[in-house]
Ligand binder design. Structure first.
Ligand code: ANZ
Ligand code: ZN
Length: 744
């Protein structure tokens, strides 16, 4: 037996498997389809441990399901457009396309080193014109449906990235990408009416299998509030000079507590409210009791929520109280208004915290928005036969900061004829937010080469909805929400069959550096997976990451050098089991058979539950038992190797071959079945009590009869002393557990 040479084995099998082993047909006879999706990576340039955790560990599930007769689609691609790639390229003075293409080529190689069972023939790259042509086409379908609109709004502007950000991309007032303080700017932008779908995005959460935290986070983000609007008439203050103005003004407030109407002590407006300028001269009249109350401008009133105006009820609201005390406003204490009164002076309304999705970006590296601005016709769609609108190669792609995309300088590209009236017109020069690209990539995986449609309906129907979607917790209120919306919009257009894209979702945990902190170059705690693969092998790295903790719980796990060394030693022990292989059927003790069948059961159940760590522990227990045997039958060895295959695909393939376990690849073999009877331990320990006290115990064959149990128990010396000269008045028997005597 040769010693375990991981690099030779891994190289050999990667080459032999090539691109064909995991090519997934749309239909396979007798096999149900299963779509296992993990969020595709940004081509950032180098695979880190987090990528391994994201792709190599779910591969265990993909392989297990295949061995259990499922036709599993486990695709991969690259989320290639967008800020991260562009910023990285700019930092190096490189063209974003060149940089991105180079990274993708490198990452493909690295991804292959994992030995993951991706179907590479379905690879999708969002910066590829063959892909973004359909991003543009889908965008236009939504545009024609009236779901896109242009509006001058206060937007989040990142002064460093020099672009607009969606609300979801701002974390604690800072740019999610570069951590710079975000500024507010008035700009005209393209928005998508995701708020039209707020109610459905909420309601349909009931129909999907997402963990409660994810549902709660989305519900919170959508932020539904049921309340009412109330109109207050505005009167000009006595000191107002231009008396005689009769134009009636009113201010509308949104409240969740219309029953506190009698306690209104003031009205507060957001600083950008249309009446804010004249506020010193204004008084508001409470419609319920004609009380006149002062009007203020207050910072705590948000301009983009409700009506941008609040009725201040300091007796019942903390912030209102604080404001009233600070501004010496008399606090009104009053009874609650009855539902009848409330009904007369208010209109029931529902408010959402969710905002429409701002999708235009003033950056080069994205999908050109396929619209044309014509003086006469306003915004016109680029005709479908002119798609894709290709992103032009330009020299100066550095963001300008003047609120315009670098594409605005691409004069030749920009000038077009209006597709409606033929007059000279200009292209939209903003590009689309990357989250538009990723809102439908999983559809394209079902039909990646289609030139006529974004994906054929029959192919989509064969795979959708996604059976199981794994990803990062950071996407809960971004990608996961956007793509649910996008799918619903496509559903309404009759383009997809389901209301929801993902049947089940799970967020994975985080791998920390050996010091327990997030891996980062500045901390010097980054573990390079390539080095680990070189040193210990991909099988060890995969198995170690699977062993590090339960996958489906969003915990964080520090990388442990001792832990990975332990896994390596385990695999070496597995390797040495070969030496015990017999040429003939070995006679094994019942105990080994029970361990074997218990392991089959446990490993299968644990993999299904994403508890890869305890599945590996069970394999370790079995390996211990096998080591104790003088010889191992080929049959038992084959069971072990098949269970090893999802975790350590290269070693398992090698052992499968050398031990002549079966024809073809172990990855085409089926998962071993267990015998339920054998999973039960063959011997049991029976405890013996006399008058309620434990006096002894004995080991017996499982399911020993009551009569035999009593006679064996009575014979135990430690028991018989307590029974001699006594009359046994009662006997109890609990099957496989207990014998109890009562004497009189
Ligand atoms: C009077 C009142 C009395 C209120 C009371 C609350 C308690 P949610 O649940 O988040 O929807 N509000 C309305 N628009 C606002 C804005 N643009 N900026 C800041 N605050 C605003 O909160 C709704 C409540 O927040 C509303 O109900 C309003 O204050 C305030 F005992 O009206 B309430
Ligand atoms: Zn025109």
């Amino acid at each position: 037996m040769k010693s375990y040479n991981h690099s030779a084995i891994e190289k050999k099998w990667k080459k032999k498997w090539g691109n064909n082993l995991y090519k997934t047909p749309d239909k396979k006879k007798g096999a149900e389809n299963f779509y296992l999706l993990t969020e595709f990576p940004y081509p950032s340039g180098n695979l880190h441990v987090g990528h391994w955790y994201a792709f190599a560990v779910p591969d265990i599930l993909a392989r297990y399901l295949r061995m259990n007769g499922k036709n599993v689609l486990y695709p991969i691609g690259f989320d290639a457009f967008g800020l991260p790639a562009e910023n990285a390229a700019l930092k190096r003075g490189l063209n974003p396309r060149k940089w991105t293409d180079g990274n993708i080529a490198y990452m493909r190689k690295q991804l292959r080193s994992m030995g993951a069972s991706f179907d590479w023939s379905r690879e999708v790259v969002t910066a590829d014109p063959a892909y973004y042509r359909w991003t543009q086409w889908l965008f236009l379908q939504l545009f024609k449906r009236g779901l896109m609109y242009r509006k001058k709004t206060e937007v989040n502007w990142c002064p460093k990235d020099k672009t607009v950000l969606a609300n979801e991309q701002v974390k604690d007032g800072k740019c999610e990408r570069c951590d710079t303080e975000v500024e507010k700017k008035q700009m005209e932008q393209w928005n998508i009416k995701i708020t039209d779908y707020a109610e459905r995005l909420l309601k349909d959460l009931d129909s999907v299998d997402f963990p409660e935290e994810i549902k709660a986070a989305q519900r919170n983000w959508i932020g539904k509030s049921e309340g009412a609007t109330v109109k207050f008439q505005i009167t000009e203050h006595k000191t107002q000079t231009n008396h005689g103005t009769q134009n009636k003004k009113e201010v509308e407030v949104f409240t969740t507590r219309p029953d506190t109407l009698f306690g209104v002590s003031f009205i507060a407006l957001a600083p950008s409210h249309s009446l804010a300028k004249d506020v010193k001269n204004l008084r508001a009249i409470n419609p319920a009791n004609n009380d006149e109350v002062p009007v203020f401008v207050a910072d705590y009133v948000m301009d983009d929520y409700g009506t941008g105006a609040v009725m201040g009820v300091p007796a019942h609201d903390e912030r209102d109280r604080e404001f009233a005390l600070k501004n010496n406003i008399p606090i009104k204490n009053a009874d609650f208004a009855s539902t009848e009164i409330v009904g007369k002076f208010s209109t029931k309304t529902i408010q959402y915290k969710l905002h429409d999705w701002t999708v235009s970006r003033q950056r080069y590296w994205g999908v050109p928005i396929p619209l044309i601005k014509c003086e006469k016709c306003n915004w016109v769609a680029v005709p479908e036969n002119k798609l894709p609108v290709k992103l032009p190669e330009i020299k100066d792609y550095v963001p300008t900061g003047d609120g315009k995309s670098p594409l605005a300088k691409a004069d030749k590209w920009k000038r077009v004829k209006c597709s409606s009236c033929g007059a000279s017109a200009e292209r939209e020069t903003d590009t689309l937010d990357t989250f538009v690209d990723s809102s439908w990539y999983f559809l394209r995986y079902t039909d990646p080469k289609n030139k006529k449609e974004f994906a054929g309906r029959a192919k989509m129907d064969a795979w959708l909805p996604v059976d199981f979607y794994l990803g990062g917790a950071e996407h809960t209120t971004m990608h996961l929400l956007y793509s649910r919306f996008w799918h619903k919009a496509l559903f309404d257009l009759g383009l997809v069959a389901d209301k929801e894209p993902y049947a089940r979702r799970m967020n994975r945990g985080l791998i920390l550096g050996p010091d327990g902190h997030k891996m980062s170059k500045s901390r010097g705690n980054v573990v390079d997976p390539d080095e680990e693969v070189k040193r210990l092998g991909a099988d060890t790295v995969r198995m170690y990451l699977a062993f590090i903790g339960p996958y489906g719980e969003t915990g964080s796990y520090p990388w442990d050098k001792g832990g990975i060394a332990g896994i390596r030693r385990f695999l070496e022990r597995v390797w040495r089991l070969q030496s015990k292989l017999e040429m003939y059927e070995a006679k094994h003790t019942v105990v080994l058979q029970s361990v074997l069948h218990q392991t089959i059961k446990k490993v299968g159940e644990d993999i299904s539950a994403l508890k890869f760590n305890t599945a590996i522990s069970a394999l370790m227990v079995l390996a211990n038992a096998l080591e104790k045997e003088t010889s191992i039958s080929r049959e038992d060895f084959s069971v072990f190797v098949r269970m090893l295959a999802p975790f350590a695909p290269h070693m398992a393939e090698e052992l499968w071959g050398t031990a002549k376990c079966g024809n073809g690849s172990v990855h085409r073999a089926s998962w071993p079945a267990y015998d339920a009877q054998k999973t039960e331990s063959e011997s049991v320990t029976i405890v013996v009590q006399v008058n309620g006290k434990v006096r002894g115990s004995f080991s017996a064959a499982r399911d020993i009869s009551e009569a035999n149990a009593f006679s064996q128990a009575e014979k135990l010396p430690a028991v018989s002393v307590w029974l001699s000269d006594k009359i046994i008045s009662k006997r109890f028997f609990v099957k496989n557990k207990l014998v109890s005597f009562v004497t009189s």
